[in-house]
Write a protein that binds this ligand. Structure first.
Ligand code: NCD
Ligand code: ZN
Length: 343
């Protein structure tokens, strides 16, 4: 039987929610990953240090005994964020970055930034204090086609941000296009990107061909095949600018299987296994460890993990749902077979 031993990975982009959903999902993330960047798009969003520390406590309480897991907290950047809060984050050992959501771009982003130019003083403070900016890189204009929103964001905003703040560390979250890959490759080493398992494994046919499959619907939306190929090439290239961020985003099954379904794929149940499949298909399993376990901490200037995980080539079937009673979450690849299993 084939096995693969790698340094324990971290998830550099995950949504774990709060309350009952947090309790239902956190073990999945905590049993695979040593650390995870926790996205702040709760309702209301996590915008202050105090909220982030309380949320951190709630997450730690929910982690099952025996699992060693460190949540890396983030704050939600709004027009009301102050330079003082940014300084506090710079001095904090628990909060690691700010997340910028363009207003209305995705789940719980009403409080997001409506005008990127208007918050340049905050970007200046982030640059000065060397706090990473995590970007949801999509424009939200109603006229802009949903499949073009990432590319247009880069042209309209990101080029200018990078020009004005050359020392600002930016993670282009959940890159989904060839244009994003090329932008990151061509930028300085201050610019990196996370890539999700769904954008490595699927193109938009998985979501839309023949019938509509809402569990593949996430934002940024899954694109056409040439973009998937560009993402796979970037992830498996060994380039240190690209690292693992699942964007696992649990929603109740009935809110996705709905005439107005929510955006977000749930992948925490099999995150590293899904990435292993993508890398194996490309004959690049030897590149999985740097993508999953080295490039992220190096960019965030945190120590690499020293524990290891073992992946076995052992087929298993993903359950139809996770959760009990009213709480049902449909995972990515529900009912399907996976080739790898974490021990
Ligand atoms: C995320 C969520 O549900 O919180 N949804 C998604 O489709 N990715 C938000 C986000 O990261 O865009
Ligand atoms: Zn996300």
């Amino acid at each position: 039987m084939k096995t693969l031993t790698i340094i324990q990975p971290d998830d550099w982009h995950v949504h774990v929610r709060s309350g009952a959903i947090l309790k239902a999902v956190i073990a999945h993330t905590a049993r695979q990953f040593a650390r995870a960047i926790i996205m702040p798009n709760l309702k209301p969003p996590i915008t202050t240090m105090e909220q982030a520390l309380a949320y951190r406590d709630e997450i730690l309480q929910a982690v099952p005994a025996g699992l060693n897991f460190t949540p890396l907290m983030t704050l939600y950047l709004t027009a009301a964020t102050t330079p003082e809060e940014i300084k506090r984050v710079a001095d904090s050992e628990y909060v690691h970055a700010f997340k910028l959501y363009p207003a209305g771009a995705t789940t719980n982003s009403d409080a997001g930034v409506a005008n990127v130019k208007a918050i340049y003083p905050l970007l200046e403070a982030l640059e000065k204090h060397d706090v990473p900016l995590l970007l949801h890189g999509e424009v939200t204009d109603a006229e802009c086609d949903i499949f073009d929103r990432e590319k247009v964001f880069i042209e309209t905003y990101l080029v200018d941000v990078v020009k004005n703040f050359p020392n600002l560390r930016i993670v282009f979250e959940h890159a989904t296009t060839q244009e994003a890959v090329e932008f990151v490759q061509a930028s300085s080493n201050k610019i990196a990107a996370t890539i999700t398992p769904q954008h490595l494994l699927f193109n938009r046919n998985a979501m839309l061909a023949g019938s509509i499959r809402p569990h593949y619907y996430c934002l940024p939306i899954i694109k056409r095949e040439k973009h998937r190929v560009a993402l796979v090439e970037a992830a498996t290239s060994g380039n240190a600018k690209f690292f693992l961020g699942t964007d696992s985003a649990p929603h109740l099954s009935h809110l996705k299987e709905n005439s107005c379904g929510c955006a977000g794929c749930y992948s925490a149940h099999a995150a590293i296994e899904l990435y292993a499949e993508a890398f194996e298909t490309e004959n690049a399993l030897d590149k999985l460890e740097s993508f999953a376990s080295f490039n992220g901490p190096d960019f965030y200037r945190l120590p690499r993990n020293t524990t290891t995980i073992i992946l076995k080539q052992e087929p298993w079937q993903v359950p139809a749902t996770y959760g009990t009673g009213d709480l049902s979450i449909t995972p990515l690849k529900a009912n399907e077979m996976l080739r790898w299993k974490i021990q």
